[in-house]
Design a protein around this ligand. Structure first.
Ligand code: ZN
Length: 293
């Protein structure tokens, strides 16, 4: 079973003119990332049919549709409605993680998402969505997620790296604090956790982070393929999840349009992981975490 735990789905009305849509809805951070005014965009777009074709081509059985870290509750709710339509059209192929804005209505947002068939939360962003060191809304969300066995996927910005426009920091200590307040929360940190894995070498921290997972979304844009083996050495294979960031073009020089197959094949051929490690990465770990089987 191959599961891509990190993909995005965008409603068509937002694809036609992302900047105009973002202006109307007050979502400037998103438009700065996907449609920058001063450089070519690596964002790709897909509809449900082209996504399913991409999954078929890469032999991906299931994909997690993640919401986005919108700056408004209303955009989150609207996005969830749109993702739910995709999930209903392909219920065996798609698993939904809801867009949530952690504010005073957070429990209502979560309950609404649950009734629509969602099974997790993400992708959230502590820098964009007012994480204030474990404030009451984030904590209430985490508690609800533990009770419902829902993971939360959080975007992690590289703790050090090239400045890139639109990038907003997510201090590693905030992840530690968040994991510490709800130790049973299954927390997925995207993009290898922005460097947090290194600090798991501290035995006390490793205990705090025992339910933290790391996905490899968009890794080719940031790292060479040696990072897969290094992550296994740092935290063990059981904490690693396969995610692509589709329909982002993560091999921008090679991909004209988004595809899943290239990343899948590159990991198989260049990560130096064993066959059993690949099985864990590509789906078994996620299935176990979600109690899918
Ligand atoms: Zn991300």
């Amino acid at each position: 079973m191959i599961i891509d735990c990190h993909t995005h789905a965008y409603p068509s009305e937002l694809v036609t003119d992302p900047r105009a849509w973002a202006r109307v809805h007050g979502e400037s951070h998103w438009s700065e990332l996907v449609s920058p005014p001063d450089r070519p965009s690596i964002q790709g777009w897909s509809d449900l049919d082209s996504m399913l074709l991409s999954m078929d081509a890469a032999c991906v059985d299931q994909a997690v549709l993640l919401g986005w870290y919108w700056e408004h509750e209303s955009t989150c709710r609207w996005h969830n409605e749109a993702m739910a339509k995709w999930m209903q059209a392909a219920p065996k192929r798609l698993i939904g993680f809801a867009a949530i804005y952690p504010n005073e209505n957070v429990i209502d947002q979560l309950e609404a998402a649950k009734s629509m068939g969602f099974r997790g939360v993400g992708e959230l962003h502590m820098g964009v969505q007012d994480f204030d060191g474990g404030g009451p809304y984030w904590q209430a969300m985490a508690r609800w997620c533990v009770e419902n066995n829902w993971p939360i996927n959080c975007h992690a910005t590289e703790a050090a790296g090239h400045d890139h426009p639109g990038s907003i920091p997510t201090p590693l200590q905030n992840f530690v604090r968040f994991a510490g307040t709800e130790p049973d929360l299954k927390l997925i940190l995207a993009h290898w956790g922005g460097g947090l894995a290194f600090f798991e070498q501290n035995p006390n921290l490793r205990k705090t982070l025992k339910n933290v997972y790391y996905d490899c979304a968009a890794s080719p844009l940031l790292h060479n393929m040696g990072i897969f083996k290094q992550m296994v050495e740092l935290v063990g294979i059981d904490k690693l999840l396969f995610g692509s960031d589709y329909p982002l073009r993560i091999f921008p020089r090679l991909e004209k349009s988004p595809e899943m197959m290239r990343y899948f094949r590159t990991i198989r051929e260049e990560s130096a992981l064993s066959e059993s490690e690949l099985c864990n990465l590509f789906g078994d770990n996620f299935a176990r975490m979600m109690s899918l089987h």
